[in-house]
Write a protein that binds this ligand. Structure first.
Ligand code: BGC
Length: 330
């Protein structure tokens, strides 16, 4: 384990244990990310506005959960006590309520905290203060509200920093929410391999998450936020044995990890940009959802109406073929 500047309090606990453990069951099985909405700098900046009608459509389509990415860092003061903006928080309250009222599990995800990726130690106090406020605000909310600590740690947020910070954040949350499910992923943008470096805590209500976009040149072809992605236009996913095997191997590893540690796990993001050819996109999505289902991995598709969209949020129309591909096993 490489440490660059952050204290790793419990590093030695990361050593693997040998005996498989019972995995506590979780109720989430298939969901959708409400991406590009509350994690844009301001809601609406990235062209997505989610309304009550979308929540009922999500439920009717057969999803059981929504992940709501929120850029809390853009709505909290820069100085202690780092107060969250009450007007913005009304929008978050309403989003959570809409999800819960529609019978959906709701994952509240702290997304796009770019400053902490560059300066983990300087931002740690602010991160913890924001979680303290969120935990207090929602401590009486339905159990079907789950918290996700931080989307895709990367940059200077290495294993050492992250293990230190996640333990402290969970400590803050547990003061007011002793039983709530908390979702935690590894560094390197929630890469599956980074799960091995997470220091496991004595806490029965933690779910491990990973994100999966492989082959990346296929899923992210033409993505404006990824360097050189314009050159990948036209990359297909044909569903050859080799392509399938590459995915199955990784998912098998995830399954092993979960069994070894007795921790439920979740594929919190996966998807293909809408610029990819339709057939490849459906084929990959159907295969992924099916492979996850076979291994009992809960999944959350990225995303509803953003660049990986499965719905046109304006008209409320689903891409029925892609939806069908995801829901194949229903
Ligand atoms: C990022 C989004 C991005 C998506 C696919 C998410 O974790 O936050 O901005 O669109 O991954 O790359």
């Amino acid at each position: 384990m490489i440490l660059t500047g952050c204290v790793n309090v419990n590093g030695e606990q990361a050593v693997e244990e040998a005996t498989p453990k019972a995995i506590p069951p979780i109720s989430i099985s298939r969901g959708i990310n409400l991406g590009n909405w509350l994690e844009a700098p301001e809601p609406g900046d990235w062209g997505v506005m989610i309304e009550p009608r979308h929540f009922s459509a999500i439920r009717e389509a057969g999803f059981d959960s929504v992940r709501i990415p929120v850029r809390f860092s853009a709505h909290a003061s820069a100085h202690p006590p780092y107060t969250l903006d009450p007007i913005f928080m009304d929008i978050v309250d309403e989003a959570i309520q809409q999800g819960l009222q529609n019978g959906l599990y709701v994952i509240l995800d702290f997304h796009h905290y770019e400053e902490i990726m560059q300066a983990p130690q300087e931002q740690a106090e602010r991160f913890l203060a924001i979680w303290r406020q969120l935990a207090e605000r929602y401590h009486e909310a339905d159990d079907n509200l789950y918290f996700e600590l931080l989307n895709e740690p990367h940059g200077r947020m290495d294993d050492g920093c992250w293990n230190d910070l996640l333990a402290k954040a969970i400590g803050e949350i547990r003061v007011s929410n002793p039983e709530r499910w908390i979702i935690v992923g590894g560094v390197d943008f929630n890469h599956i391999d980074a799960l091995d470096e997470i220091v496991l805590l004595e806490d029965e209500r933690i779910i491990a998450t990973f994100h999966f976009y492989e082959p990346f040149k296929f899923s992210h072809q033409g993505a404006s936020w990824v360097e050189n992605a314009a050159q990948w236009s036209g990359v297909q996913w044909t569903g050859s044995e080799e392509e399938k095997q590459a995915i199955e191997t990784v998912l098998d590893e995830a399954t092993q990890w979960s069994r070894l540690h007795g921790m439920p796990w979740l594929m919190g993001e996966f998807g293909v940009i809408a610029k990819a050819d339709e057939t490849s996109r459906q084929r990959w999505s159907a295969f992924m959802a099916d492979q996850a289902r076979q291994r009992g991995i809960a999944w959350i598709y990225w995303d509803i109406c953003g660049e990986f969209q499965v719905m046109d949020c304006g008209t409320g129309k689903w891409d029925q073929s892609l939806l069908g591909a995801l829901m194949g096993g229903r």
